[in-house]
Design a protein around this ligand. Sequence first.
Ligand code: SF4
Length: 702
Amino acid sequence: MNKKLNNVYKSTCCYCGIGCGVEITVEKNQLISVAGDTQHPVNQGKLCSKGMNLQYTVNDRSDRLLYPEMRYHRSAPLQRVSWDDAMERTAAVFRALIAKYGPDSVAFYASGQCLTEEYYILNKLVKGFIGTNNIDTNSRLCMSSAVAAYKKTLGEDSVPICYDDIEIADCFLVTGANPAWCHPILWRRVEAHKAKNPATKIIVIDPRVTDTCALADLHLQINPGTDIVLNYALGRLLIEQGDMDLDFIEHHTEGYAQYKERVFERTLLESAAICGVAAEDIELAASYIGESKGFLSMWTMGLNQSVVGVNKNLSLIALNLITGKIGKPGSGPFSLTGQPNAMGGREVGGLANLLPAHRDMDNKTHRDELQQFWSGTIISGKPGLTATEMFEALADGRLKAIWILCTNPLTSMPNVRLVEKALHKAKFVVVQEISNKPQTLAFADVILPAAAWAEKEGTMTNSERRISHLHKAIDPPGEARPDAEIFSLFAEKMGFKGFAYQTPQDIYKEHVQLTVGTSITVQGLDYTLIDSLNTVQWPFNVDKKKGTARLFADNKFHTVSGRAQLHSPPVQYLSEMPDLNFPFILTTGRIRDQWHTMSKTGKVSKLNQHIQNAFLEIHPSDAVSLDLRDGQLANIYSLRGEVRVRARVSNSIKPGVVFLPMHWGKILGSDLNRANNLTNDLVDPISKEPDFKFCAVRVEKH
Ligand code: SF4
């Protein structure tokens, strides 16, 4: 059924949330080649460097896990076992722990790279049958602040825009994001639009000069952590200029009086001094926004990964609300998704505080609906442990077992040495993986080999709510199995009913049923229809057989009152501040040609050529004061650990701020490349997203 002409299979790139369409051609010996899908509405055949090299990550199977392994105690060696033995033992241990300590003693840590069907079955298993909400994903590290802010302002986690708004907008505010490197195909659309329409204004807010700034009419190089002050300064100027949409504010929002009061607390000059940018530049930015007909705000980790990440999001979304620039062509607040299926995961309740189809965990009616639908156990109203909380709970013994799939927390988590301690302490660790590289494998009691991208079928949803169907092109190597199949098997061993799916589409159909009557409905959708419509944006209108490009065109929001909520939280500085011992601010981020913890992109020599090693970006004036020259080794210390990498002395960063890429983990026994030795596990109190972009460090010449 999946086979297309000449062994070509449609799929979607498995890296960033832009969701570019690809065609996989199967050559001989299960080798593949990958090309951009010229018919795909997102990328029309274009791919960035990562997408163009996808085939190498699949064809090189030298690191693949091929069969289940197990050990009976930590000092015993891992040994090859059958799937049956691995799952029998895993189910027996989970049953015993749950019987002794309760369902909250076990947890599952998954990934924004899982397919929607995989997320669905795992959530059903954990929330609906084991009876705990301890299922979280690495989307917690990436998107959860945006999710919380969308819910607070718009009533639901709903990205209002579509990519076609790019060609309509005449003002872009890109803040806390470097889409030229991290969302390249989308950014090429912005570049092409600007080339055709030079009057289009692009404002970039970032403490670093990134490649994205090359296209900017205005770069506001702010001091890290001052985003809310800047957003409020823009809000004040828009009001003073008379550029707010009073009719929209009066009829479709709530909270304007408090918002106005808040933004007038500080003068423009005070704000400029706090943010470290010229007052004239803030005025210019406000005039660009105020004069625009279509205003798109775009952001990602720079706002989300913060101890005040939700408030940063709220202060940004307010700019679209006071100008009425939402639900209209070319306008809206656009959170750029980091991972390929973070959105699809949230549709099926893929975080510790969510339930499927945007149902609320604290709503008993919603919980009862699900319990009835699944015929499982009572669904708890208590939010589960989030990503950082899971490892804290393992470390202090509250949590006994963890099942980690499709993610590599020993590189990606903040304060990662605590995560190492936590895994040492765990009574039982299951690692479900495609590769033998992640450091978590060293802690595993059971290793389950999983199928990779192109080796399994399912769906994903991209940043503009676009659902695509990923066809299976080749078989997984050895005994590796798709994640959904692994969870079906585990459920069977646990004695749970309702997991005997024959195909991924059977799982998808169940998800579709749960969306009926909700604002994310995909009623009537199946794989054949997704294929024939060449991807679909939710909500889907079954009668018209049509998706929805843009939300809130009718100005009716998903809040109780139907109005968008303007929030005006106070400015707070809750991050770890520099002091005499740790005088620099460390910010972390991504580079162009690597993806997350490099278990896929790190295999591709072409991608490794761009930047070969971890580095410390530091301003020339700081380097001089440390007698540190470009290319020399630097030691970087925080209260939590140390890193040793070569310095890149650059004017791209502000004095007093240093930057480390987040991709590198433990290599050849040394973990000194790992940025997360240093980062802080402070989290936003609402979203529980960590403060990856701000902690205090000391730098010394090695
Ligand atoms: Fe893949 Fe994102 Fe590049 Fe598109 S922009 S090819 S989705 S990594």
